[in-house]
Design a binder for this molecule. Structure first.
Ligand SMILES: Cc1cc2nc3c(=O)[nH]c(=O)nc-3n(C[C@H](O)[C@H](O)[C@H](O)COP(=O)(O)O)c2cc1C
Length: 213
């Protein structure tokens, strides 16, 4: 089934938030890149240490939520424990969870192939679209702050991984820190002082033990 009202160009990686469910039926939301292959299947490549990987491995269904909410991206990447309970809404018959703010913008997919090859950092899940729920959205003008925040979150999630793991590749970690600082400078140039972006940056920097400037 192709996705009605949603045009995904094959081969392009789109940034989404994937909701999955663990064995105790607890919802989990995490940003993940997805792409549609030329046969209309959705490919997801989670790192094997992520909860999303484990949940996808153990279950059949996942929900791909589409949002441009910077706060949701930030909390689902680094502060999942602080998400309020009503952040998730049951999807039909208790079969999974959709992010509440995305209840008009999501795809339900069924995992039809999974691979977790030895020595690779990322697993591979091939999914079939079961349901597409999209309603026309209002147009949001584009801000550099959003894409830079997304970059910062991706780098931060790697940094947090290394900070918590035994291997500490110093050069790589310094490179990530530098990129985060550079992107932060640009965001500060393009948003006003009372912007939610600045609150989120402060929270992220706090988690990474950056000195605030
Ligand atoms: C925009 C964006 C895209 C991301 N894409 C991926 C991805 O494709 N695979 C992955 O494993 N992690 C990705 N991450 C990092 C995870 O979202 C992050 O590590 C998260 O904490 C994993 O949560 P989980 O352990 O609950 O699955 C991405 C982060 C962001 C901000």
């Amino acid at each position: 089934m192709s996705s009605k009202n949603l045009t995904l160009k094959p081969g392009v990686v789109y940034e989404t938030i994937i909701t999955t469910t663990d064995k105790k039926n607890k919802p989990n939301g995490a940003p993940m890149g997805i792409l549609q292959d030329k046969d209309d299947y959705i490919i997801i490549r989670p790192y094997v240490q992520s909860d999303t990987f484990q949940n996808l491995w153990d279950s059949e269904l996942a929900i791909i939520n589409f949002t441009e909410d910077p706060k949701l991206f930030t909390y689902c990447t680094l502060f999942q424990d602080e998400l309020p309970e009503d952040a998730f809404t049951h999807y039909k018959d208790n079969r999974g969870f959709v992010l509440s703010v995305c209840k008009n913008n999501y795809l339900v997919v069924k995992i039809i192939e999974k691979k977790n090859e030895k020595d690779t950092e990322r697993a591979y899940f091939k999914c079939q679209i079961l349901e597409s729920n999209f309603q026309l959205q209002t147009y949001n003008p584009f801000t550099r702050a959003f894409s830079l925040l997304i970059e910062i979150l991706i780098h931060s999630s790697r940094l947090v991984f290394y900070l918590n793991s035994q291997s500490k590749p110093i050069e790589l970690m310094d490179g990530l820190r530098k990129l985060i600082q550079e992107h932060t400078k640009v965001i500060k140039r393009v948003v006003p002082e009372d912007s939610v972006y600045l609150d989120l940056l402060e929270k992220i920097h706090g988690k990474l033990n950056f000195e605030s400037k």
